[in-house]
Design a protein around this ligand. Structure first.
Ligand code: SF4
Length: 201
């Protein structure tokens, strides 16, 4: 199975639950399919205006099948609440749906094979705004390596969709409570909340 096959399968999915069911059977990445416990499709509450895109499931996500749980998820939930955004109303997905062993970065081939699933998820949600958490998600949208530090703090429009760039919560945890990634992530989510309010009024 390759990206072409995944593309056809993804396009046949009429809604998010159908896609979540289809992606669970995906074995396009042999190493990931052999080592994963679950396929983490993501979540999309009905009418979600905000979509968050991360890199890949970690150990806690692989075990639970739910994106952004564990320490990164707890931090994300806290920061969303601080800016008045309810995690339960936010759609969440990753660039790749299966955990890379040892939490390594997904390879370019894995990102390419998984691309049709996330492409279709964007089409199905059609969010008002998408926040890209980390460099892998940025590169996925911009089609080239992109540094969070250079891209964050202002909206970008790509193919008619609005995006904000920020750090992945795991980077915020890694650099600690006084590190720049945490302050930036907090500020970027506040900007997301402001933009959502402005765009909805
Ligand atoms: S990462 Fe994506 S393309 Fe690869 S096996 Fe998992 S669902 Fe399929």
């Amino acid at each position: 199975m390759n990206a072409l096959v995944n593309g056809a399968a993804a396009q046949r999915c009429a809604d998010w639950p159908a896609l979540a069911g289809a992606v669970r059977g995906c074995i396009a990445c042999p190493e990931l399919a052999a080592t994963r416990r679950t396929v983490v499709a993501g979540t999309a509450p009905a009418g979600a205006a905000l979509l968050l895109i991360g890199e890949a499931p970690g150990a806690a996500e692989d075990a639970s099948g739910v994106p952004f749980v564990g320490r990164s998820g707890a931090l994300l939930d806290r920061l969303l609440a601080e800016v008045g955004l309810d995690r339960a109303a936010v759609a969440v997905a990753n660039v790749v749906k299966c955990r890379p062993p040892g939490n390594r970065r997904p390879t370019p081939a894995e990102v390419q094979r998984c691309r049709p699933w996330l492409t279709r998820q964007l089409e199905l949600v059609e969010p008002v705004l998408t926040v890209l958490l980390g460099g892998t998600a940025l590169s996925w949208v911009f089609g080239r390596p992109a540094q969070v530090g250079r891209m964050r703090g202002r909206p970008h429009v790509v193919d008619g969709r609005r995006y904000l760039a920020s750090y992945h919560p795991s980077a915020a945890i890694r650099f600690g409570p006084n590190g720049a990634p945490l302050a930036s992530l907090r500020s970027d989510l506040a900007l997301a909340a402001q933009l959502l309010t402005a765009l909805s009024s």
